[in-house]
Design a protein around this ligand. Structure first.
Ligand code: PMV
Length: 338
């Protein structure tokens, strides 16, 4: 298995070492892509076709604790409830834990709490796998650099490799077949006035996973070859917009990037549509408000919910116009990218 080989390469002679602590515990934030990751060049290693760029939501995320369990199988708790090991959630987690089960007798107890809805296109798997990898690092006492932890998190869910930092983060696609050059890194840029609001359309679990949707897009959309070109342009424009603190440029590129990703999904066989009538009503509201002079833009992931980007000066108006479930200051302090 390529993933096990990658884990062995990262851990070196730490592979198969015993846990140094009784428990490892960590928090990781959700990240929202401003330039999306959509398409893999290696399915098993979650290697992307393009680079991507995100911003973390510092208040929202996952806290996970892990310890060794002397039992027959893993024990998984999510938000204070035991999760049956034959559920999709548990199976995905157990499959990932298998990479770190150095003897078949080792089992884990994982306790995870999340203040975001699971599977609703709010990147719960990103903060989940990132928190798990940070917790494993503490349990085993590996002390790995974050770049290496980013590679491990990527093996759980691609976008998880971006959830190890606050602030703006770039995931380098890399070109190596083993994925050792495909990791994320924090960008030393901040934007104190930048805000994000979540317009929750639905918290229900999505019908098609991003994993399936992404793969279907790559294999069946006639237009997929336009995507890497768009991303190349958008990444440059997003970084330039942040450097210049040009909010309209940032918003235009971010919104167009998300719309292009969803447009691509409409061209797959069979088509994929995460957008609902409510999503469209909200999009129209954003466009109307913008026409009337307010600087507000949206992005959308693999679900019907919209995330609004706006500046601190417009908080009152945005809150009045939209029913936001969270309003997040993306850079609550000056050194927030570390
Ligand atoms: O990492 P995954 O498999 O959950 O895919 C993430 C897909 C998007 O959220 C739509 C885009 C992104 O870059 O986060």
């Amino acid at each position: 298995m390529k993933a096990i080989a990658a884990v062995k390469q990262i851990l070196g002679n730490l592979y198969s070492s015993l846990p140094q602590h009784k428990i490892g515990s960590a928090f990781a934030p959700v990240n929202i892509a401003l330039c999306k990751y959509w398409g893999k060049r290696d399915i098993e290693l979650n290697l992307p076709i393009t680079s991507s760029f995100s911003v973390a939501l510092p208040e929202l995320g996952t806290r996970t604790s892990i310890s060794i369990l002397h039992g027959e199988h893993d024990r998984i708790q999510l938000n204070n409830q035991d999760i049956a090991i034959n559920t999709q959630f548990a199976e995905r987690l157990i499959e990932f834990l298998d990479f770190f089960r150095f003897t078949s007798k080792i089992h884990f107890s994982v306790t995870t709490t999340s203040n975001i809805p699971i599977g609703a296109g709010l990147a719960s798997s990103a903060s989940g796998f990132a928190a798990l990898v940070l917790a494993l690092d503490k349990l085993f006492g590996w002390g790995l650099p974050k770049q290496q932890l980013s590679i491990l998190a990527r093996l759980g869910s691609g976008s998880a490799c971006r959830s190890l930092w606050n602030g703006f983060v770039k995931w380098h696609a890399g070109t190596a077949a083993d994925g050792m050059d495909s990791f994320a890194e924090p960008m030393a840029m901040i934007w104190p006035d930048l805000m994000l609001g979540i317009c929750m359309v639905s918290t229900a679990e999505k019908k098609i996973s991003s994993r399936t949707a992404m793969q279907r897009t790559v294999t069946t959309s006639k237009y997929y070859n336009m995507w890497p070109e768009q991303v190349m342009h958008d990444l440059v424009a997003i970084e330039a917009a942040i450097n210049k603190q040009d909010f309209n440029l940032l918003g235009e590129v971010v919104e167009a990037n998300a719309l292009a990703m969803h447009a691509l999904m409409l061209t797959t066989q069979p088509p994929i549509l995460y957008t609902t009538a409510t999503t469209i009503t909200l999009m129209e509201k954003v466009w109307q408000l913008r026409k009337a002079g307010t600087q507000v833009y949206f992005t959308q992931d693999a679900g019907p919910n919209l995330k609004l980007l706006f500046l601190r000066k417009d908080i009152a108006l945005i809150k009045k116009t939209f029913n936001l479930s969270s309003v997040i200051t993306l850079f609550p302090s000056d050194e927030y990218y570390e």
